[in-house]
Design a protein around this ligand. Structure first.
Ligand SMILES: [Zn+2]
Length: 181
């Protein structure tokens, strides 16, 4: 919450604030989220406009969670921009209103952060994921071939992934042969 008493109803006035607060609860429901208590730094410019207070800001924090492919714990910086108009009560309906002598940035900040969180976060851009047979991280033994699968269901999957192109070409030859004969 940021006081705006000194700029309210004074179009053209502007104030800049830098605030830091702990996330009041866990933000985000996916594989990664902002943990409760995680420091959130907000640099915001509040401009008094005719309809209310226009808040334009930048948020710095960090998300934590797990890689969507190999389930390793990950933590990554989050930097997002936001802009929201806080209208004076009684004006046109908006999502946010000036409350008495302050604006509450929590919801716009939270929404901007949550929308920016990756749906499929990865520990590294080319994370190879888990070995389907052993469940170990493939990134840990990069260079070595995945061990032979034990479970026949995975074997079928491996046939599909590794021999797929070959099978397609074989099928193509079959078609050609059929046409020739
Ligand atoms: Zn990973």
């Amino acid at each position: 919450m940021i006081p705006i008493r000194d700029i309210a109803r004074k179009p053209g006035e502007m104030r800049e604030h830098s605030i830091e607060f702990p996330a009041p609860e866990k933000w985000g429901e996916g594989l990664v989220s902002i943990a409760e208590g995680e420091p959130v730094v907000v640099d915001v410019r509040l401009e008094s406009v005719h309809e209310g207070i226009l808040a334009t800001g930048h948020v710095d924090t960090e998300y934590t969670g797990v890689c969507g492919r190999c389930l390793t714990d990950i933590a990554e910086a989050v930097q997002v921009e936001f802009q929201e108009l806080f209208a004076y009560p009684g004006g046109e309906a908006t999502d946010f209103e000036v409350q008495d002598d302050h604006v509450d940035l929590e919801t716009p900040v939270r929404d901007a952060i949550v929308l920016s969180l990756p749906f499929q976060p990865v520990c590294q851009p080319d994370c190879p994921g888990l070995d389907p047979a052993t469940g170990e991280r493939l990134a840990d033994n990069a260079g070595s071939e995945p061990r032979a699968p034990i479970d026949p269901r995975w074997a079928a999957l491996q046939d599909y992934t590794s021999d797929h192109d070959e099978a397609a070409r074989a099928a193509g030859r079959d078609v050609e042969n059929t046409e020739e004969s």
